[in-house]
Design a binder for this molecule. Structure first.
Ligand SMILES: *Cc1c(COP(=O)(O)O)cnc(C)c1O
Length: 427
């Protein structure tokens, strides 16, 4: 039995680290010794594997020039598909259902351009009021292209401004809804939506549904194929550690293989036919059809190494440690920071809790600046949110301990008062 107080000591954090089955992965990453990095849900850290695969890719360019498309260890012509195959397990897809291409926003445009087919009274798109702005801009733009205004976008409201209720979303699946696009994990509160339940409800009403996995991929397991999700899309620079601007990815349910891609280009082609250079497209009979033009090979290179680490660790193990890290962090926040007015706004239960902790505090902007001054990298979300992401592959329990100790010191000594309570340009 551990005594209550023991749980809040540095020795206890060290004990948890000693037992951590994933602890050796920390050595795979470039961590700055002077900082505690808690922002892996915005930009994951660089790994040595990624660095190596970028160098390997550069070498293949140096060595093969144009022949690099078909020669060498990783021929560039097939890289998007082979990386998709490598990523499929992380989202619970078959290997041909995933391709690495585009970016979150471009892939969303592409999938909506394909699957949003307003007909008769079914003309609306159903989304939510808490999603990341880029998704909403894209949905509104797609509506405009079809001649509709913003009133055709239904955004399900949140009662408390933090969480969404699946039943409320299902109630909004009315007869005039043609398509549904929702996040898997809300980017602020970290709430996981019940994708299986929502997909089932949508299909019962004859509506197609897709999910944005930006905040869940690499943090939690998914079963997109078994849940029968129609499509999904995500970025690779957050929990997947693909580096700034690394190429995004998408999932296409195999039942939609053969659909005409809405934003077709020559890379949508069946690979055998592509260089026939015909003017009528024979599109690939898999997710690869959702590529447009020449792949961003250099921006995909870090992913080769980054995904190897997930294969070695296993997403189930990653999730298990992530649970332990966030549970530990919430314990410490409750115990150490109780007098300072923080509110834990992420769901605390395991079913709905994603990979990060979300705190609200009226002084959040300047508390984040003080955290940075003291060596903790948080993520500020206007107007009063602080996201802290202890990442399973490279953060330790001691990182969590140190983070909360530093935050406590900042609050006790009012270190944040030396800053203005406004956000920076990039936050
Ligand atoms: C990170 C994120 C994006 C970013 O889109 P990009 O096209 O990669 O810039 C979009 N949507 C959500 C929900 C995100 O979390």
């Amino acid at each position: 039995m551990i005594k209550m107080e023991e749980k809040y000591t540095k020795a206890y954090a060290e004990k948890l680290d000693a037992k951590d089955e994933l602890k050796q992965f920390r050595n795979e990453f470039y961590l700055n010794n002077d900082t505690v990095y808690m922002d892996g849900n915005s930009l994951g850290l660089m790994s040595k594997r990624s660095e190596q695969t970028v160098y390997d890719l550069l070498d293949s360019w140096k060595k093969y020039a144009i022949d690099g498309w078909t020669n060498g260890e990783r021929p560039w012509f097939y890289l998007s598909e082979s990386l998709g195959e490598k990523m499929a397990g992380l989202v619970g897809a078959k290997k041909e259902e995933v391709v690495v291409t585009g970016s979150t926003t471009v892939n969303l445009h592409h999938l909506v351009a394909t699957f949003y087919a307003p007909k008769g009274n079914r003309t609306k798109i159903l989304a939510d009021s808490l999603n990341f702005p880029s998704d909403i801009y894209a949905l509104k733009a797609q509506l405009r292209l079809k001649g509709y205004d913003d009133s055709h976008l239904i955004q399900v409201q949140s009662e408390d401004g933090q969480l969404l209720d699946e039943e409320t979303i299902i109630d909004a699946m009315a007869e005039d809804v043609a398509l549904i696009v929702l996040p898997s994990v809300l980017y602020r509160s970290g709430q996981i939506l019940d994708m299986e339940k929502l997909t089932k409800a949508a299909h019962e009403r004859g509506i197609k549904i897709g999910f944005d996995l930006c905040h869940s991929v690499g943090a939690i397991p998914h079963q997109l194929h078994d849940w029968d999700v129609d499509f999904a899309f995500w970025c690779t620079y957050k929990h997947l550690n693909g580096g700034p601007g690394s190429v995004g990815a998408l999932y296409l349910n195999e039942k939609h293989f053969g659909v005409t891609p809405g934003l077709a280009g020559w890379f949508s082609s069946d690979k055998e036919k592509q260089f026939d250079m015909e003017h009528s497209l024979t599109s690939a009979q898999n997710a690869g059809a959702f590529q447009i033009g020449t792949p961003h090979v250099l921006s995909a290179a870090p992913l080769i190494g980054a995904l190897d680490l997930f294969h070695e660790a296993g997403i189930e193990k990653v999730r298990e440690k992530s649970f332990q890290l966030t549970a530990y962090m919430m314990d410490l926040i409750t115990y150490e920071l109780k007098e300072f007015g923080f509110v834990i706004c992420n769901p605390t239960n395991e079913k709905q809790r994603g990979g990060h902790i979300y705190l609200e505090h009226p002084e959040a902007a300047r508390i984040c600046k003080a955290l940075k001054l003291k060596g903790v990298i948080p993520d500020f979300r206007t107007p009063s949110g602080i996201r802290l992401a202890p990442v399973a592959l490279y953060n330790s329990f001691k990182d969590v301990y140190n983070c909360i100790q530093i935050l406590k010191r900042i609050m006790k000594d009012k270190i944040y008062e030396q800053f203005s309570n406004e956000r920076e340009v990039v936050s």
